[in-house]
Write a new protein. Structure first.
Length: 116
């Protein structure tokens, strides 16, 4: 965690290039879900946003304070094209499939169904 405000139940993560892999994305997702289950909200930004778009970063944090239940959005950099989440998920799935094919990671095992 790069910044945590326990009173506001907010964590801000500044992610470097190491977070741009399937393994890191999955770890970050699991960690964010864990923190969400404890009532802590995680806002993620790329490191370079701090230098290239600090006003935008502060605006996103301010939006969260004004509406903490709103979903976190993607903060594009200057000149960056917006990538919809559906496209990002497809790209991650393709990268993961290639890693499985190259035997760099193991395929995910199916989980048993949970019934009431």
């Amino acid at each position: 965690m790069n910044y945590e405000n326990r009173h506001e139940k907010l964590t801000i993560e500044l992610d470097g290039e190491v977070h741009n892999t399937v393994q890191a994305a999955e770890y970050d997702k699991e960690r964010d879900l864990f923190l969400a289950n404890t009532g802590i909200r995680v806002l993620r930004f790329e490191n370079k946003v701090v230098f290239q778009n600090p006003e935008g970063l502060l605006g996103e944090v301010e939006k969260w304070f004004n509406n903490p239940s709103a979903p976190a959005g993607h903060l594009p950099l200057a000149g960056e094209e917006f990538e919809p989440a559906s496209e990002l998920l497809k790209r991650i799935a393709a990268e993961k499939a290639q890693l499985v094919k190259d035997k760099q990671i193991k395929p995910q095992k199916s989980l048993p169904l949970i019934c009431d």
